[in-house]
Design a protein around this ligand. Structure first.
Ligand SMILES: Nc1ncnc2c1ncn2[C@@H]1O[C@H](COP(=O)(O)OP(=O)(O)OP(=O)(O)O)[C@@H](O)[C@H]1O
Ligand SMILES: [Mg+2]
Length: 248
């Protein structure tokens, strides 16, 4: 599954925050999207998943079944064809227990647009098994209760996205607010799913060591535009990336 955006722009009050000539995501296993605060990374992910309406430009998704223009779709329809995003900031979740929010994400399209139509239907036993497997992988304070800390809410958001079986998962700062050991379990889980051919991933992160370790390819965004792309080593040693982001 490859996601292509062309001449994609977004302006707020005449101020252009995204202006991308051309970019493709999903061509490699794990891709990074890095750039300074305010570069437009979250806005770009919002545009790609149709949560934010573009000012101009086209977005399309190519799969083995053909090409789908995303512009006319709503975000829940985009989710249903397998393009799902985690959130940088977490709100809500307070009404459901951790276990129930995972069950819901595995069964039905929700308000946040997480669907599970693709990848075949799962019966109740299968869903219970999968929910249990995810819950056992992490030290929640109370698996049958509600997410308590910000970190637990963030983790539940990520797990809801994973259990919905995305084909392309966009992760907006997955490590922010999570302890290092939990981040590692999440990223290893993500990498294993990518290696098994179940999905591809784009990660937005300020934690550069994590980007260099997990990514096969990295896009550098600055002031709304992709200024450089390449393998981690190329990006790490690129002069423009160093000047604009790494404070060298
Ligand atoms: N709803 C909005 N209305 C007005 N301006 C906005 C809105 N959303 C984002 N912006 C502006 O767009 C720019 C890009 O913001 P965005 O959140 O996409 O950056 P980012 O790269 O994700 O930054 P960070 O690394 O801090 O998360 C910023 O200048 C921000 O203030
Ligand atoms: Mg952001």
């Amino acid at each position: 599954m490859q996601l292509h955006a062309e001449t994609l722009t977004k302006s707020y009050h005449q101020h252009e925050v995204v202006n991308i000539e051309k970019v493709t995501f999903g061509a490699k296993g794990v891709e990074g999207l890095i750039g300074p605060n305010g570069a437009g990374k979250s806005t770009l992910m919002g545009l790609l998943t149709r949560r934010i309406a573009p000012t101009s430009g086209t977005i399309k998704l190519d799969t083995d079944k053909g090409s789908t223009a995303l512009n006319p779709l709503r975000s829940h329809e985009v989710a249903r064809i397998g393009l799902i995003k985690t959130n940088q900031r977490i709100q809500g979740f307070d009404s459901l227990t951790i276990r129930d929010s995972l069950r819901l994400a595995a069964t039905a399209p929700s308000d946040e647009g997480i669907g599970s139509i693709f990848g075949g239907k799962r019966d109740t036993d299968e869903i219970e098994d999968q929910v249990a497997t995810y819950l056992e992988a992490f030290p929640f304070s109370d698996r049958n209760g509600h997410a308590r800390s910000g970190g637990e809410k963030k983790l539940v958001d990520i797990l809801r996205c994973l259990i919905a079986r995305p084909r392309l998962l966009l992760m907006d700062e997955p490590t922010a607010g999570l302890p290092d050991d939990i981040t590692r379990i999440v990223m290893d889980m993500v990498r294993a799913k990518v290696a098994a051919g179940e999905m591809r991933v784009v990660v937005v992160e300020h934690d550069l060591p994590l980007i260099w370790e997990y990514c096969d390819y990295v896009h550098f965004l600055s002031e709304g535009s992709i200024l450089f792309e390449g393998e981690p080593d190329e990006v790490k040693s690129n002069r423009v990336v160093a000047e604009k982001y790494m404070g060298v």
